[in-house]
Design a protein around this ligand. Structure first.
Ligand SMILES: [Zn+2]
Length: 393
């Protein structure tokens, strides 16, 4: 490193000089204890190879059926996009667009962006669009929900297996591999890619110190959070889907679905759906509300714990999409004319909106504000303080 590079902590706003890390080491913020940078074992070439493999797997996952359901002599199979189309044709355009975005469009865009960034880096070049692509990547990353769709598909299979005979398709296996890739790629943050280019000796532009956190983020986050809390009521009160069968019609709410799974003896799946669809949204709304209130009241205690809890709220955000994915798959697979037909319900629309609103609320809150109002100014922790390298294990 020829000249000192500064490193900003996104959680508390502290400022550091970047220190050289050995592979397997990471640097932690001495103030809030969040990870500032971790030294990867992969070269840009290795990352490029895994992105190419992920792209092929992702296309396979979407080109082949997730499952085929056989019922009274006829069979119905569906891909992920087939499930989106079935939801669209059932008159639930908003749910269709939302699931298409988080399950297909944005994950595909993320892979294309990684490819466009890593291919030149692997060849030792810095593309002209480097900064723009990193910016878009930062916006797209939190909305890629392939691992959530995988668990949703597994839940759908458990729900359908008692109803009719079901065969798992290549699409599901490919989705499982894709989910692993996307989990690994969550480590490829824009900062990480920037440092990768810097370490390769490329003339990369390093952003300076971030602007001070603005108190304007609080009313915005409150408005989004309160909207989510209000919509959480119809999300649970209205049915997320209805089943029309020869032996009668039935409407299913989220909690009703959990009880039914438990009644069928699938306790583990019932617990997964309960945690993702009932516990996580309530936990997220209450916890974010508490964090916003504590910041607004300028409470100075427990800042490290609060920062950790905010990170947790961000991390669990996408998992409440689980039930929405279950609904669209059941709608696509459960189409057997008069014998059996599954339609989405208004609860699914409200539920999708709750997930989006809580995630946007969390993203619009700046956790650095709590530190700043507690008197931790950026200047007092200036570049003289070095990030601490920590060895793994
Ligand atoms: Zn920090």
């Amino acid at each position: 490193m020829t000249q000192p590079v500064s490193l900003n902590c996104d959680c508390c706003g502290a400022h550091y000089q970047r220190v050289a890390l050995e592979p397997g080491q990471w640097a932690r913020c001495v103030r809030c204890n969040e990870t500032l940078e971790s030294a990867g074992l992969f070269t840009p070439q290795a990352w490029l190879a895994s992105v190419l493999a992920a792209l092929i797997t992702f296309l396979l996952a979407n080109g082949f059926a997730v499952a085929t359901l056989s019922f009274q002599g006829s069979a119905q199979s569906s891909t992920f996009l087939g499930a989106v189309a079935a939801t669209w044709h059932a008159g639930y355009g908003l749910v269709a667009v939302l699931t298409a975005l988080v399950g297909f469009v944005l994950p595909l865009l993320m892979l294309i962006l990684l490819l466009l960034l890593l291919a030149p880096l692997a060849a030792g070049r810095l593309p002209g669009y480097f900064d723009l692509a990193l910016k878009v990547l930062g916006l797209v990353r939190p909305w890629c929900m392939v691992p959530v769709f995988l668990v949703g598909a597994l839940v759908s299979i458990v729900k359908l297996i008692d109803l009719a005979s079901l065969v798992v398709g290549i699409g599901l296996y490919a989705t499982a591999v894709s989910a692993v890739f996307f989990t690994v790629f969550s480590r490829l943050s824009p900062e990480r890619l920037r440092f990768m280019a810097l370490d390769a000796g490329l003339p990369v532009h390093m952003p300076g110190a971030r602007r001070a956190p603005s108190p304007a983020c609080l009313p915005r986050a409150w408005a989004l959070l309160l909207s989510a809390a209000i919509l959480y009521i119809p999300a649970n009160a209205l049915p997320v889907m209805s089943i029309q069968a020869i032996n009668g019609n039935s409407a299913h709410t989220i909690l009703g679905g959990v009880i039914e799974l438990a009644r069928l003896g699938s306790w583990e799946i019932a617990a997964v759906v309960f945690i993702a669809s009932v516990f996580v949204p309530i936990f997220k709304i209450l916890l974010l509300g508490l964090l916003l209130w504590q910041t607004q009241r300028r409470i100075e205690t427990g800042l490290r714990r609060r920062t950790r809890l905010f990170r947790l709220v961000e991390a669990i955000g996408p998992w409440s999409m689980l039930d929405v994915f279950v609904v669209i798959l059941l709608v696509a697979l459960g189409q057997f004319g008069n014998l059996l037909s599954i339609e989405p319900g208004g609860g699914a629309v409200a539920f999708g909106a709750v997930v989006v609103l809580t995630m946007v609320a969390a993203h619009s809150f700046d956790p650095r504000l709590a530190w700043r109002w507690a008197g931790h100014r950026r200047r007092t922790h200036d570049v003289s303080r070095q990030a601490q390298p920590v060895t793994q294990g």
